[in-house]
Design a protein around this ligand. Sequence first.
Ligand SMILES: *Cc1c(COP(=O)(O)O)cnc(C)c1O
Length: 368
Amino acid sequence: MNIPFLDLKAQYQQIENEVVPAIKEAMANGAFIGGPQVTGFEEEFAAFCDSAFCVGVGSGTDALRFALMAAGVGPGHEVITVPNTFIATGEAVSQVGARPIFVDIKEDTCNIDPEKIAAAITPKTRAILPVHLYGQTADMDAILQIARKHNLLVIEDACQAHGALYKGKKAGSMSIAGCFSFYPGKNLGAFGEAGAVVTQDEELAKKMRIIRDHGQEKKYYHMMEGYNGRLDAIQAAVLRIKLKKLPAWNAARQKHAKHYNELLSSIPGITIPTQAEFAQSVYHLYVIHTDKRDALQQYLSEKGIATGLHYPLPLHLQAAYKDLGYKKGAFPKTENSAAKLLSLPMFAELTNTQIEYIAKTIKEFMTQ
Ligand SMILES: *Cc1c(COP(=O)(O)O)cnc(C)c1O
């Protein structure tokens, strides 16, 4: 049996009848950048995130960059985040001129350990940027409490957590800005690059609208230098259709995670993902840990099962961040996780038969 890591074709087949006319209409309207599809999506996604405003942008990386910039984070500032994330989290901090400061994660959830934050705070610290990794929110109450105490901003990297809940609150809605990616493989994915920031702060939303559009509020009158970072109408049209399906797709992922948990929890040498009591994960990724990771991945591949590594090399050990001066051993929990993690196939259209075959194959390898 061949099982892909992610099956975007299966998703497309489901929505083709709706999405093709919507794209045609967007093209026929001739409004390719901005326009009613974009404002319509922004309203709907803000509502979905229990947020007052949404600013559609070109990517999740733009979302992080523009949120930091609009919040006044820049040269001379430090931003606290985690090393076990996609590089975009670090890039956004560096590219606004600030310095990423990493802190280690909690071993069970693989999200930022709030108890490690205080020791990383210096007079230059301006913001905390927690990442809701794999679709599960970080411990926001603990993070917000530290931020209040030290007068720091909090911005959420919710690029993997569309619809995830923390004590019933939506990912992205708990800080000054929640940043989302609509990269095709995300829980809510466009047909190309796209992203958005949600916020409760009207002023911040206004600044981000200016930043994404070359620093102009009125055409050809630039109050600052900005970026070409807008959401386009075709992506917005696709996203509006997919947003309606997202709750059902997330529910399917949660059901698959439960099924995996049931089948994998008794296999010796396999650690299944932990869901914190405060969190309702949307399982962007389903990540197990095992000492035999490389051999298991190879075995699964031979049996037709595609897997992924998120992420094999933590940011503090990447060549790109050599200049930050971190050494191997700086973040033991992150490094330990990186050596053992394995992402199993996870997407809404996954079938029970596929999950059962994957679990059976893992068991075969671990007990042979
Ligand atoms: C995908 C992702 C991003 C970046 O999003 P792009 O749309 O690819 O720019 C940022 N942070 C995390 C955690 C992500 O998973």
